[in-house]
Design a protein around this ligand. Structure first.
Ligand code: BES
Ligand code: MN
Ligand code: ZN
Length: 506
């Protein structure tokens, strides 16, 4: 697909469709009003009759029959106007691109980037529209006989760009292509079944990506992991016949400080171990490496955009299975940082592998840690499939993550790590236990991780509810969503762009 920016307008663009938008309950404005004039008031009539209501996810297709150079006008609803943010534009553009592709359109012009411009020259609107298009067009795992329209879009043209902004817009398009493709790369990895996506395969994919993107990649196996003293990670891994992998990606020296470690949960299948999960949804747990996939996607984009920031990725990858070798409820294990952990439930495995990886990140000199994980069902209870949970020990870093999410069009919400929650992890026989009971399970999981980062600035993103969608949605196909990939890139962009560093001067 070629993506162009152009000074052309819908009055002159020749293609299969032009996309315009309308807010819920509002009258036609901007591009939609101009299209309406050319169509002799047809759109206004459809608004009046209630066929066009401007609701989110609504798309009304009008054939122009020569009254515009483009064959169709696609009127996309944005919902209430207060929602004209980059989230809305991404979703609307994804929906429009997907629907138009699926009816056979090949060349599409759009004006959606004008709705939520942001940035001094409207770059944010361009980013949102193009990233949304990539997310929308991703097809997911091939499904026999259920193939959507087989042809790809040939061209997306962003219309009405002012001449003096063409250069900036082109740069924004390039960045958005990198980020959009990185998101879909993360989705592809995550959608693979667990018999393909083993820890070994994940490491191979990471090495392949690193090679292509110019990153250094080091992969450690069980012996090295044991030598490092990662007793928590190894305990999870010991029940499986698949050997665990600790994947470390680095970018070479990019200045002494800060040094950011992105840590991703890489459980390639989570059966729960001896604390076995119910059968109902167990097959979903092939996606328990969504955090690792998001970090890999982000690293790929960070490298391709050549962001000026020292970033590394740490991915502890293993299965969590029951067997004669499995770790047991009641076991006590010792983590990389020397803390002892009483295992009460072997299904709380993500925090164990992350604990060792986070502490190892500090050992490697990280000054800032951000981890991403499908960590708790409790996060799904708290925030549903709408938002990811963010926690941390440094409000500046948490704020930076939330701002990055906002910019990237991903919903994230801050949850508190009040000190009172910590006692739910108290153990009689170890420094802490690996579960904190039913109350505030998303927070006690965060608190568990906090015990392994000391005073180093750290934020944790729980994507259990957002990493995949079980139903087709208008703007994205069923399956992995690539959640947090774009936020991580936006976070590193902020840091590389000379914005005030979180915790600077501490
Ligand atoms: N991978 C799961 C969390 C999860 C659940 C992700 C649903 C996505 C959807 C995690 O390893 C897990 O099993 N967590 C347990 C923790 C509990 C035993 C304290 C959970 O949430 O039930
Ligand atoms: Mn689990
Ligand atoms: Zn898990």
């Amino acid at each position: 697909m070629e993506i162009r920016v152009s000074t052309e307008s819908l009055e002159s663009y020749i293609g299969d469709a032009v996309v315009v938008s309308v807010n819920e309950g509002a009258s036609l404005e901007g591009a939609a009003a101009r299209a309406d004039r050319l169509l002799g008031g047809l759109l206004a009539e459809l608004v009046k009759s209630g066929e066009i209501r401007g609701k989110a996810d609504e798309l009304t297709l009008v054939h122009t029959q020569g009254r515009l150079p483009a064959a169709r006008v696609a009127v996309v609803g944005l919902g209430k106007s207060a929602g004209n943010d980059s989230f809305t534009v991404r979703r609307a553009m994804g929906m429009a691109a997907r629907r138009l592709r699926n009816i056979g359109c090949r060349r599409v012009g759009t004006t959606l980037h004008e709705v939520a411009p942001g940035g001094p020259r409207g770059e944010r609107g361009v980013r949102a529209a193009v990233e949304g298009t990539y997310v929308g067009l991703y097809r997911g795992a091939e499904r026999k006989g259920k193939q959507e329209h087989p042809e790809e879009l040939e061209e997306l043209c962003l219309l009405g760009i002012r001449k003096e902004y063409l250069g900036f817009s082109e740069a924004a398009v390039r960045a958005a292509q990198v980020v959009g493709q990185a998101t879909n790369y993360a989705r592809r990895l995550c959608n693979l079944p667990a018999n393909d996506m083993t820890p070994t395969r994940l490491a191979e994919e990471a090495a392949k990506m690193a090679e292509g993107a110019g990153l250094d990649c080091r992969v450690m196996g069980p012996e090295e992991i044991e030598e490092l003293g990662m007793g928590a990670f190894l305990a999870v891994a010991q029940g499986s016949d698949e050997p665990p992998r600790l994947i470390v990606l680095t970018r070479g020296e990019k200045g002494p400080r800060p040094r950011v470690a992105l840590v991703g949960k890489g459980i390639t299948f989570d059966s729960g171990g001896l604390s076995l999960k119910r059968a109902d949804d167990m097959h979903m747990m092939k996606r328990d490496m969504a955090g690792a996939a998001a970090v890999l996607g982000a690293m790929r984009a960070i490298a391709e955009m050549n962001l000026d920031c020292d970033v590394m990725a740490l991915l502890p990858a293993t299965e969590n299975l029951p067997s004669g070798h499995s770790y047991r409820p009641g076991d006590v294990v010792k983590a990389f940082n020397g803390k002892s952990i009483e295992i009460v439930n072997t299904d709380a495995e993500g925090r164990l592998v992350l604990a060792d990886a986070l502490a190892y990140g500090i050992h490697l000199g990280a000054t800032h840690l951000v981890d991403v994980a499908t960590l708790t069902g409790a996060c799904v209870v708290a925030l549903g499939h709408v938002a990811s949970g963010v926690m941390g020990n440094d409000n500046n870093l948490v704020e930076a993550v939330l701002d990055a999410a906002d910019q990237a069009g991903e919903r994230m919400w801050h949850l508190p790590l009040f000190p009172e929650y910590r006692k739910q992890l108290d153990s009689q026989i170890a420094d802490l236990r690996n579960i904190g009971g039913r109350a505030a399970g998303v927070i006690t999981a965060g608190w568990f991780l906090r015990e392994f980062v000391g005073d180093v600035s750290w934020a944790h993103i729980d994507i259990a509810g957002t990493a995949w969608t079980e139903k087709d949605e208008p703007h994205q196909v069923e399956g992995a969503t690539g959640a947090a990939t774009r936020t991580l890139v936006a976070l590193i962009e902020r840091m590389a762009g000379g914005m005030a560093w979180p915790s600077e001067g501490e």
